[in-house]
Design a protein around this ligand. Structure first.
Ligand SMILES: *Cc1c(COP(=O)(O)O)cnc(C)c1O
Length: 363
């Protein structure tokens, strides 16, 4: 079926026709065709593409959007006697603090400006001021702007301090190589509709196995209890506790095969990086400026300043949409920007067609 338009957005994003077609069958949630044939191989592959060993790491899938998994992870790991440090520089980092507020979690948030990187230095200073911190959470690719935060530097700073490291890698996992084990990430959170290129409906958590086991009895929400969900999946060979989004999971299974066929995370990263390069070069040629300097920018999504003070974004958006491209409004407070995503079933030639469409709309 022909596409309505290309989504140049950071999820839901454009999926392949084969991923969409994979949803044309119905599946029974307690039958082994589904649990053993789809869910279990998926859990296996999630660790496989991340280069993790099943004796040390495990994974759990959870209904809902990505935020449900971030909330489930924070809610089940940070106990009343613990203290959480949140290093934030955008809407998704701040959302972690909202979650902590709802759970009455003892936390401190370092809130940087939206164009400032979370670095090792930021982590070091925060830990000096808060030596009693037991958990640290941060966003890797801050989709608010497109910043790629320095999880490697933060990992260096917390190494050996017994701090549980939680990373929201929602928009980067599978699109940017992440050495989960080398970085000592205890919980990595992502979702079906980002770089693995599935459709929305569930998220997943990759966790150090001993840390997952230690969450037993901690959750303050039944449906977000990651330990209970994990235990049911383990014992039930891929069974979910409550109704699982079967069509979405089957589509994700197809998306996983396509990721592996593309050459895994390294190959996907090369494609996204090329999309990003073609986009930024072309946009600069057309007179647009990026919000971020190149050293802070990731390849997932790019923010551009409005080209002139009286720029009519809605008009620009509607004209591009009429030409088959859906872009994203900006999400930051102190500058007028819009965003263009580079992820999904999108190739450099799609970006070249987009640039041509922008040229036409602007002339
Ligand atoms: C997409 C995204 C989320 C999850 O957002 P949902 O709307 O719940 O899917 C969380 N963090 C980041 C960095 C994201 O890009």
């Amino acid at each position: 079926m022909e596409r309505n338009y290309l989504l140049l957005t950071p999820g839901p994003l454009s999926t392949s026709e084969t991923v969409r077609k994979a949803m044309l069958q119905d599946w029974c949630t307690w039958d082994k065709d589904y649990n053993e044939g789809i869910v279990t191989p998926l859990r296996h592959d999630l660790l496989g593409i991340a280069g993790l060993d099943e004796s040390e790491y495990t994974t759990v899938l959870l209904q809902g959007s990505g935020t449900y998994c971030v909330e489930a992870t924070i809610g089940a790991t940070v106990r009343p006697q613990d203290k959480l440090l949140i290093l934030a520089n955008g809407a998704y980092g701040k959302r972690m603090a909202q979650i902590a507020d709802y759970y009455h979690i003892n936390y401190v948030m370092v809130s940087l400006s939206e164009t400032e990187l979370v670095t090792g230095e930021v982590a070091r200073e925060a830990l000096e001021a808060n030596p009693d911190v037991t958990h640290l959470s941060m966003v890797h690719s801050e989709t608010t702007t497109g910043l790629l935060n320095r999880i490697e530097e933060v990992s260096e700073v917390i190494r050996g301090r017994g701090i549980t490291f939680i990373v929201d890698a929602m928009s980067s996992f599978a699109g940017v190589p992440i050495d989960v084990k080398g970085l000592g990430i205890d919980f990595l959170v992502s979702s079906a509709n980002k770089c693995i290129q599935g459709v929305p409906g569930f998220g997943f958590i990759i966790a150090k196995k001993d840390k997952m086991l230690a969450t037993k009895g901690n959750a303050r929400s039944l449906s977000l209890d990651i330990y209970a969900q994990w235990e049911t999946m383990e014992k039930g060979h891929g069974k979910w506790r409550f109704t699982s989004p079967t069509h979405v999971v089957r589509a994700f299974y197809q998306a996983m095969q396509e990721l592996k066929a593309e050459g895994g995370i390294a190959a996907r990263h090369r494609r996204y990086a090329e999309n990003h390069r073609v986009l930024v070069d072309g946009m600069r040629e057309l007179g647009f400026q990026t919000l971020l300097s190149d050293d802070k920018q990731g390849c997932i999504i790019t923010s551009f300043y409005y080209p002139e003070a009286d720029f009519d974004f809605t008009d620009f958006y509607n004209r591009l949409k009429a030409k088959g491209f859906v872009i994203y409004p900006g999400k930051i407070s102190d500058a007028d920007t819009f965003r263009i995503g580079n992820i999904g079933d999108i190739y450099p030639d799609d970006i070249r067609r987009l640039l041509q469409a922008i040229r036409e709309v602007r002339s």
